[in-house]
Design a protein around this ligand. Structure first.
Ligand code: SF4
Length: 217
């Protein structure tokens, strides 16, 4: 698995989806490639869309040694506004405590939540993991891609969840841009690790995915 070539102008998008189960999820060749592919000895800049602090804990623990990570908060699917702001605030506190960089992108919740409703229109009653979720993931990844101009790569923490289909996420990400970093963060007990770390950091863990439709299950 080659993550990058040696020159900044010749970056190839990475692929974390086929990691084996050795230390930190990579085999020796992968590690060598990462080392060899640092750009002027710097880590590649990764824009990491994060759905919440609990999912971020496990993902950051897995890849922070290899990338210069900036966290992007773009989740206007989370309802109501109070819950959206609560998850954002937990994420900000966690980032502060652990010195993870946050991208400073801000959005108008009402405006973006309206757009999100337009994006999932017609699929409101789909079960979790169905078409509504696909539209929701596409919506958030699209904005992540738009904001990734100054970064070498972008990806999302969403694949940590057992309810999220990594194959779908990766195929859509790759369709968007070659800069998309393929991943399946639920591998190697990623989800379990996120629960353990959330307890360790005493993080708030929500009991529904995000939209009000997901509170009905
Ligand atoms: S259940 Fe989660 S992923 Fe699916 S549409 Fe709602 S917020 Fe989005």
């Amino acid at each position: 698995m080659t993550l990058f070539s040696g020159h900044k102008n010749d970056i190839r998008a990475g692929d974390f989806s086929d990691l084996d189960s050795t230390s930190r999820g990579r085999n020796d060749n992968d590690m060598m490639n990462i080392e060899n592919c640092k750009i002027d000895n710097l880590k590649a800049k990764l824009l990491l869309h994060s759905c919440c602090a609990p999912c971020l804990t496990a993902v950051n623990g897995k890849i922070d040694a290899d990338f210069d990570i900036s966290i992007l908060w773009y989740n206007p699917n989370i309802e109501p506004l109070e819950e959206h702001n609560k998850r954002l605030s937990v994420l900000q506190n966690f980032a502060d405590e652990t010195a993870i960089q946050l991208n400073n992108y801000k959005y108008d919740y009402r405006e973006e939540n309206d757009k999100w409703h337009e994006a999932i229109a017609g699929f409101e009653n789909e079960p979790e993991g169905g078409k509504r979720c696909e539209k929701c993931i596409e919506f958030r990844l699209q904005r992540t891609k738009e904001l990734s101009e100054k970064y070498d790569l972008f990806t999302t923490t969403l694949s940590v969840s057992p309810h999220k289909n990594a194959k779908f996420i990766n195929e859509f990400g790759k369709k968007l841009s070659p800069k998309y970093l393929k991943s399946d963060f639920k591998k190697e007990n990623g989800y379990l690790r996120s629960i353990e770390l959330s307890k360790e950091y005493e993080l708030y863990r929500q009991n529904y995915c995000g939209c009000l439709y997901s509170t009905k299950y």
